[in-house]
Structure formats: C-alpha cells, structure tokens
Design a protein around this ligand. Structure first.
Ligand code: TEU
Length: 591
C-alpha cells in the first residue's frame, strides 16, 4: 500500500494545466458524466461511513453465545477506527426470534438476550462520545404474532384492533384468499380458526402484516419511531417498506412456478398510494430533525427514485436491490442464476447516482448486508487472491459517491460459508428456498449450490475478533458456528498484519475523510465499455481523484491518458504503475 502526502497548494497552482493535459491526451473518451457535485447534501450522514451490526453475531458479553448490546459498546473503538459515524443495529427489541428479531413483539423494550434499556441508553451515550450515532431498524410492515396488537386483533372480528392487520375471508372452497406466495416460501395467508379468516404475512406466518390503511396503525408506528428519536438515535432503517400498501382488491396472480403460486412481491411491492403514507410518516418523524432515514426499497428502481428521495421524496436514502439481484432474476428461485457483465454493475451505479443527484437525493452504497452473500463471492470471479479481491471491493465501497454501508466482517474480508447439509443452516429463508427448489424438481445438489451462493447465514456468522477459541466472540457456545478461517481472518491478527484487509479499510477511510472529492465530489464514469475495469473520476472544485479497479485475476493494461499528470495516493497491491493494473488491483490517483 502506498500513500503520498497531500500537496494541495501545489496542486491548486497546476490544476488548470493538468486538466488541459488530461483533456488533450485522455484515452478515456467513453466517459459518462453525471453532475458537478455542487448540490450535494452536507448533512452529517452525507459525510460519514455507516456500519451494519447484526446484533446477534457481533460480540457476546455474557457468555450465552448470543451477541448483545454491552458487547457492541465494548467494541465501539473498532468502529471509530474505521471512520464510522452511524451504526445500524438489526432489530434488538423484544422478539420470539422467528426471524432473528424481524418479528417484533414489543417495540418499546429490549430483547432480554440482548440486554436492557439501560444498556441501550449507555450504548447510545458511549457511541455519541465517539461521534457515532445509533441507527435503529424499524420493522413496520409486520409485527410478531406474539405482539399484543396482533393477539388482540386475532381475538375476534369486533375488538378495537380487529382491523390492525390484513384479514380476509377464505375463498368459497375454504382455501386462502389468493394464490400469493410469501417471500420466505409457502402461502402468504395463514388461517385463524378464532376469526374464521386468513391473515396476510409477506414473510413468515409468525410475521403478520400490519394494516396501514388504518390511521390508528399509522399513528402507532409513528409513536414508536418518535419514542426512539427522542432517545437520541441518529436515524432509521425502514425494513421491507415497499410492502406496506396492499392493492385495493386481493386477486390471484399468474403462477410463476410449479406450486401454482405467484410471488407476493410482484402483487404488492410499491403499490400506488404507498407514498401518501410515507409522506405522512416523514412529516411526523423526520421533518425538523437531524436524523436520517434509509428505506429498504425492494421494488424501487432508479427511475422511481424521484418519488422516494430528494426534494419531493419520503426518505433521505433508499437501498435499491438492482445490484444485489444482478445475478438473481427471480428472488424465489436460488437455483436460477443470471450471467452478468461488469457493464451491468457499472450501469447500476451510474443510473442510481444520476437519478439520486437529479432530484437532490443521496445514494447509500452497499455491497453486502445481513440478507446477502459476501461480496467477494457475489461480485468477484472465482480463484485468485481473496484479500486482493476484498481490497478491490473496499475501494469501490469507500470511494463511490454516496454514504458507504459496511456490513460487519466485510472489513475483515469474509467469504460465504458453504456448509455441507441444509441441516447445518439456521436461516429460515434458506431452509425454505431449499425446500422450494426440491419442489420445483432441482436435485439436492443443485439446491445446495443455490444455498451456498445465496444463504443469509453467510453474512451472519459470529464476528471474528481474535484467534482464541470461538474467535473471541463468546466464551460460551456460539449460536451459529464461527467460520473456521478465524485464526487468520480476525480483527486482532489483521490489525497486526501491515497489508491486511482491515488495515486497508482503515487507510481508505482516513483517505476519504482527508479528500473531500471522495466524500461528496461529482461522479463521472470512465472506461465505460471496459469489461475488466471499473473506473471513475470524483471531482470537487479543483480536486480530482481517479479510481481504477481491476475486476479480473489477470494483469491488464489501460490507456495511461486517464491518469497522466496525476499522482498515486492509494494502491491496494504493491506499487502502482500507470497504465497497468495487477490482478484485482485498485488504485487511486489525484491531481
Ligand atoms: O428484508 C426484506 C426483503 O425484501 C428480503 O426479503 C430480502 O429480499 C431477502 O431477505 C433476501 O434473501 C427485510 C430484512 O432485511 C430481512 O432480514 C427480514 O427477514 C425481512 O425484512 C422480514 O422482516
């Protein structure tokens, strides 16, 4: 890794000259420019790095094998070192854990396995001392079936909360109201004998959907969010938010698989009228505060962004699914993978950033989260040096225009788990995808291949802190096995190894904060048609950084005109030679 000193004064004097040179000699003529960077937001969350913690797997402080809030508090300095200013916690409210906390029984209390409200207050305060804000995961499309709201709702057809969930009568033959398949497999309707009706669940039967048509429901979720805002959190990640509005009529859809069902996503995602609810939520929660909101927006594409973010939008940012589904044409079927080209990945960033910029919105950059495979397996070709691939992806994540979201373990270079049997897996969605594949006629081997590639457990294995037993995650038995490579890939060992993935992340985070063009400079894609390199220019006033990332395991050459007159400020692998990139090498030049 090399890093030259900042020479801004010299650079300012020669900037104009260099620009002229670059324009004259550049071979990067296939460039696509999108914005001059001036209108970009300057809120604290535009300028920071966000980090996702899967609470159950981060750090266990009491030896029960389950991560907890005190564990997180004890490792805040790790996050500080990475330049993190916002920490998104996966749900840590009271929950029966049918979906690891995404089934909330009580929004106002902490799950006992994770700690107490005092622990949470301490975490918020300790984080604040380090300039870190805690971001809460708000799950409002559904609750747990153990939530008091649902218990009351299911008790009869005429109680105060009878209309708080989505209830519907059976078809004449007694079967479910529609043929919709839940996102986790099986019918999206569950029969309840007390009411003699079905209730809708977009996810598990243990996760009944709330009825947002009912103003009392909207007021209740607003109250929850404001309660947490008043505690001083820095923002909200809005879970599965595109599903909250259902169509006016429940109708069967055209089956999309041999089970005769149709995925609920295609029937309910982003239903017209959803934005009215979300504008109401924004006015009651977000407006007038300095928190940020980021919506998990499966079903919202780049062209829809104008309604979701920016001046007329409902959130500050949205997580789009275009990139993570680049190889998955149908989320229900993990056995059907799509070939993709580097051009597709580049287009995703180009389109999303362009659309976000056009409406004065902001883009959250992410390559991983707790539902996704590890990015090394997801976006990089097989073979070659794992650490080099991790650093190449880190460069993309931390120098793209937008707020980067690091998934825990990504900064250590984690890869997917590939356990031999479906019984080794914990995640309920993984098990259901496997069963679905067998039902569709795929062999056990084919179904396991899908599991190895897409299972959510890959991003949920315990965080690896050191090379002691259980990677220092717990003194007890970890709820999910620690990845066997922990003796090499762990925080402490990587801290000691000069050229580790972790130290590269730390250096990149520091570089980013010292170079404003990398934070909110404009974004211009270069070498657009090159299928081996992702390359772009970030500019802010006189400052200009050029990023080049080799996505292949080969040494390759590129037209040196892109970086003529510039100096290298970062190289992921050894020295940088202009015009050449080593296998998976990433370089940043500045002029
Ligand atoms: O995920 C919502 C969502 O759209 C996911 O179904 C995603 O497509 C899938 O997990 C990919 O495998 C959110 C949470 O992120 C997820 O962890 C929860 O299980 C889900 O909501 C239900 O709350």
């Amino acid at each position: 890794m090399t890093r030259a000193r900042d020479k801004r004064s010299v650079r300012a004097c020669i900037a104009l000259l260099l620009m002229i040179c670059v324009v004259t000699v550049t071979g990067c003529n296939a460039s696509k420019k999108i914005k001059d960077g001036e209108k970009s937001g300057k809120e604290w969350w535009n300028r920071t790095i966000a980090y996702e913690i899967y609470v159950k797997s981060f750090k266990d402080s009491d030896g029960d094998g389950i991560g907890d809030l005190n564990g997180i508090t004890s490792e805040l300095d790790h996050l500080k070192e990475l330049g993190v200013g916002a920490v998104w916690l996966t749900p840590c409210y009271v929950s029966p854990q049918a979906d690891n906390g995404y089934d909330i029984a009580d929004y106002y209390n902490i799950e006992p396995a994770y700690g107490t409200m005092e622990d949470m207050d301490r975490l918020i305060a300790e984080a604040k001392k380090r300039d870190i804000r805690i971001v809460m995961d708000m799950v409002f499309n559904h609750t747990s079936n153990e939530n008091e709201w649902f218990k009351e709702s299911r008790a009869g057809r005429d109680n105060d909360k009878s209309d708080w969930y989505i209830w519907a009568d059976p078809k004449e033959d007694g079967s479910a109201p529609t043929n919709w398949r839940s996102i986790f497999g099986g019918s999206a309707w569950e029969y309840d004998s007390t009411r003699g009706q079905y209730y809708l669940h977009t996810f598990l039967p243990e996760q009944p959907d709330l009825n947002w048509e009912n103003p009392e429901v909207r007021a209740a979720v607003t109250d929850v969010a404001n309660y947490w805002k008043d505690k001083g959190v820095g923002g909200f990640r809005m879970d599965a938010i595109t599903y909250i509005k259902k169509p006016a009529e429940y109708k069967d859809g055209t089956p999309d698989a041999g089970d005769g069902m149709v995925g609920i996503h295609s029937m309910t995602a982003n239903t017209e009228g959803i934005l009215d609810y979300l504008h109401e939520f924004k006015a009651a929660v977000r407006d007038g505060s300095d928190i940020f909101t980021v919506g998990e927006a499966n079903g919202v594409a780049a062209e829809d962004l104008k309604d979701w973010i920016g001046e007329n939008g409902v959130f500050d940012m949205v997580f789009e699914f275009g990139l993570v589904n680049i190889d998955l044409p149908n989320e229900t079927n993990w056995c059907e993978r799509r070939d993709w080209k580097l051009r597709d990945l580049k287009s995703f960033f180009l389109d999303s950033i362009r659309e976000a910029d056009a409406v004065g919105g902001w883009f959250p950059v992410f390559l991983e989260n707790h539902d996704q495979p590890r990015s090394i397996n997801h976006f990089m070709p097989e073979g070659g040096d794992r650490e080099a691939k991790a650093k190449a992806l880190a460069t993309l994540l931390l120098t793209m225009r937008g707020t980067p979201f690091i998934m825990q373990g990504e900064e250590l270079g984690y890869v997917n788990v590939e356990w031999p049997s479906i019984d080794d897996y914990d995640d309920i969605s993984t098990k259901n995808h496997y069963t679905f594949a067998l039902g569709e006629g795929y062999s056990g081997e084919e179904a396991m291949e899908g599991v190895h590639h897409f299972s959510r457990d890959s991003s949920r294995t315990p965080m690896q802190w050191d090379s002691t037993e259980n990677a220092g995650f717990t003194t007890g038995t970890p709820w999910l096995p620690v990845y066997p490579d922990y003796t090499v890939y762990n925080r402490n060992s990587e801290k000691e190894k000069k050229d580790s993935v972790l130290n590269y992340y730390i250096a990149l985070a520091a570089l980013r904060s010292e170079h404003p063009e990398l934070e909110d400079g404009s974004y211009e894609e270069i070498l657009s048609e090159d299928e081996r390199i992702v390359a772009y220019v970030r500019k802010d006033g006189d400052l200009k950084a050029t990023v080049l990332i080799n996505f292949t395991g080969e040494e390759i050459s590129y037209d040196v005109g892109c970086v003529k007159g510039a100096e290298c400020i970062m190289s992921s692998e050894g020295m940088a030679e202009k015009g050449v990139l080593g296998p998976f090498q990433a370089v940043i030049y500045e002029e």
